[in-house]
Design a protein around this ligand. Sequence first.
Ligand code: NAD
Ligand code: UDP
Length: 311
Amino acid sequence: MKKILITGGAGLIGSHLCKRLVSEGNFVICLDNFFTGNAKNIENLTKYSNFKIINHDIILPFDEKVDEIYNLACPASPVHYQKNPVKTIKTSVLGVINMLDLAKKYNAKILQASTSEIYGDPLIHPQPETYWGNVNTIGLRSCYDEGKRCAETLMHDYHNEYGTDTKIVRIFNTYGPNMARNDGRVVSNFIIQALKDKPITIYGTGSQTRSFCYVDDTVEGIIKVMNSPFSGPFNIGNDKENTILEFALIIKKLINSQSKIIFEPLPQDDPVQRRPLLKLAKEKLNWEPKVSLENGLQKTIEFFKSINTPE
Ligand code: NAD
Ligand code: UDP
């Protein structure tokens, strides 16, 4: 039985990862400060003897012998990571150093949840792992983007300097059940608005693009990277690209909603286009996303219908 630490295990991706690794018979420790995560996302796992929750902030050192670390702790929604930008950077720098020191001490494998945001507002499309990115160091998104870039550098340098077994996955927009209702990202915003027949808020003209990946596909990709002999970085996401306007219309149609579409100002440095090149993951990991946007959204819509979303 492997002992696996999942930081950020109460969040969207972390909760699905916890469930999967517990069901496969591993001993899983979910470590979370519950900043954006929700205990409800993992409460059905507490009945298992091979699952433990620890309320802890990764900015502080943590000591427990483990075999593998999935470092997912970090708010992912722009609304939340911009609330306290200095804390966001600390999570991606001090937090990652703490987790790397833990991996080094116990000779554990460590995987860092990096992001498509390290490509910034990309000038190359679609984005291959070899692209260095186009990132503003002093914008609203910089605390997240530069923090995550530094986290990648730390992974690389612990590997080279101390021989730590490090892995990097660059996750592209992932959605699914267990997204927080106040998450603020586009998928939950649009679904909640459409379910209530309230205006769907498009920022800018809606011509910017994103490529949405269902959480089960992302989790499968992350696990494949952890179990591979490769350090990465690997893009993990879906390469089907939509404009945000198209995306709003798809959700409206799936829900049969009466919502109007309204346009609000585009936030600073909002990337114009984003789509992963998945060649590396396909070739090296034999991984590719399987869940269609319609099927994934249907499951996510059912989730939001099943929880009480306040007015
Ligand atoms: P999420 O906000 O749902 O989950 C993040 C979790 O980390 C939450 O449970 C939160 O409480 C916890 N957390 C935050 N700061 C912490 C700290 N200092 N100490 C301990 N716990 C802390 O986000 P998510 O979508 O599940 O994302 C998980 C990871 O994947 C993040 O690192 C994120 O940057 C990365 N990622 C996600 C996406 C996506 O589209 N979902 C895309 C790219 C990268
Ligand atoms: N967006 C939008 N309306 C919303 C929330 C987001 O039009 O209510 C846009 C946002 O400006 C961005 C895209 O949707 O262009 C994806 O935003 P999200 O916050 O989900 O993630 P990002 O990929 O920008 O980090």
